[in-house]
Design a protein around this ligand. Structure first.
Ligand SMILES: Cc1cc2nc3c(=O)[nH]c(=O)nc-3n(C[C@H](O)[C@H](O)[C@H](O)COP(=O)(O)O)c2cc1C
Length: 435
């Protein structure tokens, strides 16, 4: 079979565009379960690999409308596990503001509830303001956050191996419920954590839930190359995408891994029209609708500097590299320099997809632009970020997916039942078992 494209839908329930919720055909609300359930069903009808819920640990009035309030994603995905059968269910959880035992336990539980469809987007949490909600005096700096994340993920993997398959023999004749030989105590004592184990959930159906990593800085790539099955990223330019793809894949060998064991899935914001003219009209409408203060807030968060202080129609000033979303700040700065954008123009761009790649056209043109990156060594698949829901995502599933299928680039039926099976990824062996 020819290499297949991976597709995920990144759900921001008010749409990805900062102001598209104002459109007459947009439905919105971070807590609109009925909408999210329908999006999941549409994704499954389109044979998508996964649905992804991002997460943050603060709320601000000027935040993106999808993120001012939102349902806690693990609770939400557990509900979606009951209304879907094949779709991977992915969510963010922070390694800076959680404990490994807790995270290992909730993702193992989701994997059981969904019969092997759970995925964890490992994030280190960029925003320092999160510390105030977690009884912390300060937010750890960028590289330290990644050092903590590395240890955190290793512990979770060890905890998921706490029980060998079949450990719960439940032998009524002998009275043995759990086979002691198949229980493994991690007993981790490291730099940042001390975790005894075993986990109080049996080994997940996937062995380990799928691990996603979404930071593209050097330490982010190192973490991904060691631990991740999928990488989400935000390059907007083909050459940048190819460089990132090559850089990341080149780090796999030293971790004893093959290039195919990690799928790179850049975010894409497709503006779909029945023809190019309609797609261009949607683009202009989105620009007109943009709430500038909201877009400036998004840009400020991505750059790690308050952009309201600068001349809106002047060039992007030279700013020191931020401790927040390091790679995103670099991508947005490179874009502004390459295209000579003013602060206002860069804010309008950030209001679209927060720096992810924006494409537009009719369904065939959208498929062309996805294929270009997929065959051009910049992507193994895409995290689709519809400008608004549900209509733009319906168009993707009903018109772009069949075009990709016609080209032999995307599945017509799920290959398996677990997310790992559908992604073509092996079930990891249990570290405690010989051989
Ligand atoms: C598609 C995508 C989704 C992300 N989702 C989240 C999220 O839900 N929560 C979060 O705190 N950060 C999220 N991030 C940000 C990353 O975790 C990371 O902080 C950011 O890309 C900067 O990484 P770097 O500091 O390694 O450059 C996401 C990034 C991407 C590309």
């Amino acid at each position: 079979m020819t290499r297949q494209m991976r597709l995920g839908v990144f759900v921001q329930a008010a749409g990805h565009h900062v102001s598209a919720w104002k459109l007459p055909d947009a439905e919105s609300g971070g807590e609109n379960f009925d909408l999210i359930r329908r999006i999941a069903q549409t994704a499954e009808r389109g044979r998508f690999d996964l649905l992804f819920m991002a997460d943050g640990l603060t709320s601000e009035l000027d935040a993106h409308p999808s993120t001012i309030v939102r349902l806690e994603p693990l609770a939400l995905l557990s509900a979606l596990a009951m209304t879907t059968t094949h779709l991977g269910l992915a969510s963010t959880a922070s390694t800076t503001y959680s404990e490994p035992f807790h995270i290992a336990r909730v993702f193992a539980s989701l994997d059981h509830l969904s019969h092997g469809r759970a995925a964890w987007n490992v994030v280190t949490t960029s925003y320092a303001r999160s510390a105030a909600n977690f009884n912390r005096g300060s937010h750890p700096e960028h590289d330290l956050r990644y050092e903590i994340a590395d240890e955190f993920v290793e512990i979770c993997k060890g905890l998921w191996d706490s029980w060998s398959d079949g450990a719960f023999v439940q032998n009524k004749a002998t009275g043995v419920f759990a086979d002691p030989a198949r229980m493994h105590v991690l007993d981790h004592k490291g730099t940042h954590f001390s975790v005894k184990g075993p986990l109080n959930v049996s080994r997940p159906p996937q062995g380990h839930p799928v691990i996603i990593q979404a930071g593209s800085s050097e330490p982010g790539q190192e973490l991904a190359a060691k631990s991740a099955d999928i990488v989400f990223t935000a390059q907007g330019d083909l050459v940048e995408g190819q460089e990132f793809y090559r850089s990341l894949k080149s780090k796999l060998a030293k971790n004893g891994r093959q290039p195919e064991s990690l799928h790179v899935m850049p975010g894409v914001f497709p503006i779909i029209g029945r023809d190019r003219t309609e797609a261009d009209a949607h683009y202009r409408r989105l620009l007109e609708l943009t709430d500038l203060p909201g877009a400036l807030a998004l840009l400020s968060d991505r750059l790690g500097h308050d952009m309201r202080k600068y001349e809106l129609d002047g060039p992007l000033p030279d700013l020191p590299l931020s401790d927040q979303l390091r790679s995103r700040a670099e991508l947005l700065t490179a874009l502004a320099r390459r295209e000579n954008l003013t602060v206002r123009q860069l804010a309008l761009h950030a209001g679209m997809a927060r720096g992810h790649r924006v494409i537009q056209g009719d369904p065939v043109q959208i498929a062309d632009q996805l294929e270009e990156w997929f065959v051009g060594g910049a992507a193994d698949g895409f995290n689709i970020m519809p400008p608004w829901f549900p209509t733009q995502f319906d168009l993707f599933v009903d018109h772009v997916v069949p075009e990709l299928q016609r080209r032999g680039l995307f599945r017509r039926e799920y290959e398996g039942t677990t997310l790992r099976e559908n992604l073509g990824l092996a079930r990891p062996p249990n570290r405690f078992e010989a051989g």
